[in-house]
Design a protein around this ligand. Structure first.
Ligand code: GLU
Length: 415
């Protein structure tokens, strides 16, 4: 098979479930070749007056179900293959949650922690100047991802509107509320993850009160899921940020942990908890391990040390494919990223809808709609897993791929 422009990781992922779906060569081609790939270099004048060339990417993977949708990450390790894989996962994520979107992802190779605010703004605006002809409310809609936030979305929106000469709030999601953003977008990924976890525990007949939870990652997503679960009587026994973890087997008072983290800018030295390393946090005995940091956290090297009953993937791809196979053998269920963290893109969709109506919903209304989308998708997953007797990841891939191929057939792309 001709491998040009193929997403290698996607090809491997499909290979793993290909048997259950009986995909033919054309279908595999349609599913593994991104429709449009952009790689570009752009100059930015830095604070010292010198010019620096940045590299950017945008992959519009598949637009059969609607405009492509996906975030933009700023990270030193961003590369084309990673962006392709994440754009493929966005395509599946939007199908799993029944959003009328295809999937995309973008990124800039840079370390936002090492550049000034002014430089960050110039990088964000320059990124939009490179892409504005190919993105827009009806084509491809960016959003936040790793290291990008509502302020960056506001700069990007402003640049797009300046170039096109029109207001276009639906060009980008994850904006500040005052600029067309949606209520609860900031906590949407964590809230969505909570709804999915609640439904899965119900399906497994496990009571949520007292369920012992460990959260790896204490950025926006990790902090909010810890808070949401703590408020609902789950017992959060350990959390960690990029430097340290803290552990108390009787449960942490998450409200106090957040106050401490905001004041001390670190988790360490929090009283009434033991300090642990980032490696140790993954090895704590618990009911639910929540991965809310970065990719590749559980690998074939550390998977045997994991002692949880279940994993919730709030980050994208936190478990390597090899480790995933071992977890399946050990019968540790994994609630996969494309469902567990889909709350972000669901509320992005609701933001885009509000932008097109120019009418805005209350917090309660958005929350209720998010809950509906997440519980429906979790219910569909239960049915697929029963029909195909498979684990959750395969179940999600199978159902998403069936939905995408169905639309490709309706369009006449596939016969
Ligand atoms: N970056 C988020 C994700 O990976 C959100 C994407 C969006 O809202 O478009 O799901």
């Amino acid at each position: 098979m001709e491998k040009n422009n193929v997403c290698i990781n996607c090809f491997d992922m499909l290979n793993n479930i290909g048997g259950s779906l009986n995909l033919n060569e054309t279908e595999v081609d349609v599913l593994t070749k991104p429709r449009r790939s952009f790689t570009f270099s752009f100059p930015v004048i830095m604070d010292d007056g010198k010019t620096k060339i940045f590299t950017g990417y945008r992959i519009q993977f598949n637009n059969a179900r609607g405009p492509t949708k996906g975030g933009t990450r700023f990270h030193p390790k961003v590369n084309l293959e990673e962006i392709k894989t994440l754009a493929f996962l966005m395509t599946l994520k939007c199908a799993v949650t029944n959003l009328p979107f295809g999937g995309a992802k973008g990124g800039v190779v840079c370390d936002p922690k090492k550049i000034s605010k002014g430089e960050l703004e110039r990088v964000s605006r320059a990124y939009v100047r490179e892409l504005y002809r190919f993105i827009g409310p009806e084509t491809d809609i960016p959003a936040p991802d790793v290291n990008t936030n509502p302020q960056i979305m506001a700069w990007m929106l402003d640049e797009y509107e300046k170039i096109t000469g029109k207001h276009a709030h639906g060009f980008i999601t994850g904006k500040p509320v005052e600029l067309g953003g949606s209520q609860i977008r900031d906590i949407s990924t964590s809230m969505g993850g909570y709804f999915v976890l609640r439904e899965i525990l119900k399906q497994m007949d496990i009571k949520s009160e007292g369920t012992k939870v460990v959260v790896q990652g204490f950025g926006n997503v990790g902090m909010n899921i810890a808070k949401i679960l703590h408020e609902r009587e789950y017992k959060v026994i350990a959390v960690s940020d990029s430097k340290f973890g803290i552990y108390n087997e009787d449960g942490l008072d998450i409200k106090k942990v957040i106050e401490h983290k905001n004041e001390a800018k670190a988790l360490s030295s929090f009283q009434s908890a033991k300090e642990i390393t980032n490696k140790e946090i993954l090895e704590i005995e618990c009911d639910v391990l929540i991965l809310a940091a970065l990719e590749d956290q559980i690998t074939k090297e550390n998977v045997d040390k994991v002692k949880t009953r279940m994993i919730l993937e709030l980050a994208n791809r936190p478990i390597t494919p090899e480790a995933d196979v071992i977890l399946a053998k050990r019968v540790i269920p994994v609630i996969p990223d494309i469902l567990a963290n889909a709350g972000g893109v669901v509320v992005s969709y609701l933001e885009w809808v509000q932008n097109s109506m120019n009418y805005y919903w209350t917090e309660e209304e958005v929350l209720k709609k998010l809950e509906e989308y997440m519980t429906t998708a979790t219910g569909e997953l239960e049915k697929t897993c029963k029909n195909y007797s498979c684990m959750m990841r395969d179940g999600l891939y199978i159902s998403a791929i069936n939905k995408i191929l169905h639309v490709e057939r309706l369009r006449g792309v596939l016969k």
